[in-house]
Write a protein that binds this ligand. Structure first.
Ligand code: RIB
Length: 312
């Protein structure tokens, strides 16, 4: 259904997810309730989400010559994500993430090590310039080193291709980088990291978005978990409600589902609010399942949720 390709630059990480009733303290050993291992990494999750939703996706990254790298390739092959720009490091390991999931609420805490992805080079990004120049959009996150993020956004901007920065994990960013963003999609804590202000309510999200617009971003989408997302640009302010698609099992990867869906929406010519609504529907389904990449919904499920409020 998607007309032009979507180029996503980011990290693949092997997710090691532990469910536990409480967080261990330093020096403490806890018996967990469950363990799962599976494909993750924000960029890769977004690529899988976008592909399952109908996008023609190219993923730019680097993995190691190891079992986790092989799983990255197998995942992308089976999901139909183009691996032309998935480079391989001779010496470094594929990224990995430790995910602690709160057994009762499904909330998470994550430590991610990008591994080989940290060795992606500017030249390797340039090798994808032809795909970027004909893409519907380029999307990236902050798991890659900042100079790579900046370079990717600049290549897209040079060709007039819309850029999406999902500023996760959150950190302060210079205006020079924000000016490269057509769309910036922080969650509450990332919006706080960017502005230094508390972002918990719709009003606070709107204030943070105003600040980010003044600093050079063209469109801000502040995601607010189970409440939905605020969309703001110089023409409009809109609240998009979250979707309730069932019991919340795990929220890890929900932001990636939203961003993947958002990119697909834009690639199909949806306006920014409709594209965010499409992304919110994808996120609403993903939280009803465990895991990150494996929890991403199919197009038919999102279409059904949007049409009748149910995904099956
Ligand atoms: O957004 C969720 C992702 O963050 C996980 O898959 C983990 O790998 C970390 O990168």
């Amino acid at each position: 259904m998607s007309f032009q390709p979507i180029v996503i630059m980011g990290v693949f990480a092997m997710d090691l997810a532990f469910r536990t009733p409480v967080m261990p303290a330093w020096g403490e050993t806890l018996r967990g309730a469950d363990f799962r291992m599976g494909p993750g990494g924000k960029g890769s999750n977004q690529a899988v989400a976008a592909a399952r939703l109908g996008g023609d996706v190219y993923f730019i990254s680097k993995v190691g010559n190891d079992n986790f790298g092989a799983l990255a390739r197998q995942t992308h092959r089976s999901e139909g994500v183009h691996a032309d720009f998935l480079f391989e490091s001779a010496g470094s390991s594929t990224g990995a993430a430790l995910i602690v999931v709160d057994e009762a609420r499904g909330e998470n805490a994550i430590v991610v090590v990008p591994g080989a992805a940290d060795e992606l080079t500017l030249q390797e990004i340039d090798m994808a310039e032809r795909q970027i120049s004909s893409a519907a959009c380029l999307m990236t996150q902050l798991e890659l080193p900042l100079p790579l993020v900046e370079h990717g956004l600049k290549v897209a901007q040079r060709h007039g291709i819309p850029t999406i920065l999902n500023p996760a994990p959150g950190c302060a960013l210079p205006d020079s980088l924000l000016e490269l963003c057509d769309y910036l999609t922080p969650n509450e804590s990332e919006a706080t990291a960017l502005t230094g202000l508390p972002v918990q309510t719709w009003e606070q999200a709107e204030h943070a978005a105003e600040i980010l617009l003044a600093r050079g971003v063209r469109n801000v989408v502040v995601t607010l978990g189970d409440r939905g997302a605020l969309v703001k640009n110089t023409q409009l302010t809109a609240r998009v409600d979250a979707f309730n698609a069932g019991r919340v099992v795990e929220t890890t990867g929900a932001g990636d589902a939203l961003n993947g869906g958002f990119a697909v929406g834009l690639s199909e010519g949806m306006d920014v609010v409709s594209a965010v609504r499409f992304g919110c529907a994808a996120a609403g389904i993903s939280v009803t399942r465990p895991g990150t990449a494996p929890s991403m919904p199919r197009r038919s499920e999102v279409d059904a949720l949007l049409a009748n409020g149910r995904c099956g």
